[in-house]
Design a protein around this ligand. Sequence first.
Ligand code: FAD
Length: 276
Amino acid sequence: MTPRISCEFFPPRTPGGMRALPRTARRLSALPLEYCSVTYGAGGSTREGTFEAVQSLLASGIAAAPHLSFGSDDEATIAALLERYRDAGVRRVVALRGDVASGMGRRHVRYAAELVAFIRQRFGDAFHVAVACYPETHPESATPADDVAHFRDKVQAGADSAITQYFYNADAYFDFRDRCAAAGIGIPIVPGVMPITNVDGLVRFSNNCGAEIPRWIHRQLDACRHDEAALLAFGTDVVSRLCERLLAGGAPGLHFYTLNQASPTLAIARNLHLAG
Ligand code: FAD
């Protein structure tokens, strides 16, 4: 069975970046691409940028899925945004809590499950709703069991599929998938894949989001941090082997965190014989 492939972008900050985005997505169309998603700044900071990026992908014939969170917005604002997306031809969204900005104090947090329920209540089945999940446990979850229970809340609220936080240990995914199945979660859980192109950025981001870089990978990345070609070759090889194991073990697809670059994802896809 051909795996479902999706690619994630962030909304470009410059007009040149915005123009380049559909070109990048078209290069990635060499993969069996189901859709491309576009991230959303929690608190609505990229509301227009995300919308514009989604529109430009749609205009290029690429199925596009915006990420979305309540942040500090009220229901009317989020409903209006969803209406704009529906009217523009969007059929899939990624519903998130987003990260709570410091300074929000004890304000009521709108968990992702609340957004999923809101979308279902207001828009029925107009959208396929994907949610996030965490094979290595979300940093704020008290226990792995709590984490799965809160993931199940999102499924019970109406989520159709899930994309994982990235990880570099295939066993974390398989163990999580099995624990989810035991908890009665039956939706497809698509592994999120972060190509490796830069050591410091990856370490910083992984520390923030709670993704573990195994020591054997970290040490080898450190050793080639000043040799870009060696770093890319090692990163491509490690991530390709991870993807191979995931697909062989039954993962329903792969979701690439592209950071708006086509080449690292294409190199992995070629190793997997997925790029035409
Ligand atoms: P939730 O599912 O709401 O969970 C957040 C935390 O709250 C978890 O620890 C959970 O266990 C806990 N929790 C849930 N419900 C309850 C409850 N009722 N009581 C107590 N605790 C509870 N961030 C962005 O800002 N923009 C993006 O575009 C974006 N895209 C992402 C895409 C993917 C695929 C992934 C994996 C992450 C993405 N993120 C994005 C990051 C995400 O917003 C953060 O990981 C955030 O901290 C959690 O979001 P969530 O939707 O998983 O939250």
